[in-house]
Design a protein around this ligand. Structure first.
Ligand SMILES: NC(=O)c1ccc[n+]([C@@H]2O[C@H](COP(=O)([O-])OP(=O)(O)OC[C@H]3O[C@@H](n4cnc5c(N)ncnc54)[C@H](O)[C@@H]3O)[C@@H](O)[C@H]2O)c1
Ligand SMILES: [Zn+2]
Ligand SMILES: [Zn+2]
Length: 256
């Protein structure tokens, strides 16, 4: 199959690689129909390079059609259309039972002191081949992948793999009071969805972002916006009776 591979700092390329195969009875093989690029992939391209190896397959935001299932998989059938969450979790350990799947005790990368494995995300997260490829091996396939309808195009579902739930969870953790004001720093994909989640939940949302096109996109969805500047704190207080927003989501990212 063909797959997008890491070749070195700031260097990726599509290469011919072996097809994935079922290795455990709980695996499934997915034929990928769509896959997104995450803001997090930029870290691999650059600062997390030391944790990558030449040839690693990237990608953790895929969806597709079930191609093959292991003998222990009962929830999925060949032909099902599925979205694959980026975390790999077992579904049966203590952390999974607490809905803390990113800390799954079965797939956790203990030698690095980190959480659950993630598709296509360096040795820090288990060096698992990723989904920017024609086929993907999915461990614990009964638990992670979720089935979606057949009617709507991929783009209506794909963002459920990471960016929508990430943004939604960020807004939940921000714990905005009813009718309160939420500031969202950064209006990339995560910030756009966080801001729209805030509007959807009835909050006043102020997005802070230096790129005008990204501010304009948020404004089309009911978000007030500001350019980033050194006086951003004062500007936010001015807009909120001198108090500042009730809650803040930081969606700029690691390098910043
Ligand atoms: N934990 C998760 O599950 C998860 C999932 C997806 C993304 N992420 C992380 O979230 C972050 C954002 O992801 P993204 O895909 O939206 O990335 P992105 O790079 O597209 O968006 C970041 C935005 O921040 C803006 N920005 C830069 N400096 C700023 C400043 N000083 N003030 C305000 N805005 C500023 C940039 O112009 C850009 O639009 C990344 O670090 C990514 O790794 C985490
Ligand atoms: Zn991601
Ligand atoms: Zn688990």
């Amino acid at each position: 199959m063909r797959a997008l591979t890491w070749q070195g700092k700031r260097s990726v390329s599509v290469e011919e690689v072996p097809d994935p195969i079922i290795q455990e009875p709980t695996d499934a093989i997915i034929k990928i129909t769509s896959t997104a690029i995450c803001g997090s992939d930029l870290h691999l391209y650059e600062v997390l390079g030391p944790y990558m190896s030449k040839g690693d397959i990237l990608g953790h935001e895929p969806m597709g059609i079930v191609q093959e299932v292991g003998s222990a998989v009962t929830n999925l059938r060949v032909g099902d259309r599925v979205v694959i969450p980026f975390n790999i979790a077992c579904g049966t350990c203590l952390m999974c039972s607490l809905n803390l799947q990113s800390q799954c005790e079965t797939t956790q990368v203990r030698e690095k002191g980190l959480g659950a494995r993630i598709f296509g995300y360096s040795e820090l997260y288990g060096s698992v081949p990723g989904g920017q490829a024609e086929y993907l091996r999915v461990p614990f396939a009964d638990y992670g992948p979720f089935k979606v309808g057949q009617d709507l195009p991929d783009v209506r579902y794909l963002y459920l793999s990471d960016i929508v739930p990430t943004a939604w969870q960020g807004v939940q953790y921000a714990d905005v009071p009813d009718g309160g004001t939420l500031a969202v720093f950064g209006l990339g994909p995560v910030g756009q969805f966080a801001a729209r989640a805030g509007v959807h939940l009835g909050y006043r949302v102020i997005g802070i972002e230096p790129v005008p096109e990204r501010r304009a996109m948020a404004e089309r969805h009911g978000v007030e916006t500001l350019d980033y500047s050194d006086t951003i704190g004062d500007e936010l207080r001015e807009m909120t009776e001198g108090r500042g927003p009730n809650s803040v989501v930081e969606a700029v990212g690691m390098e910043a």
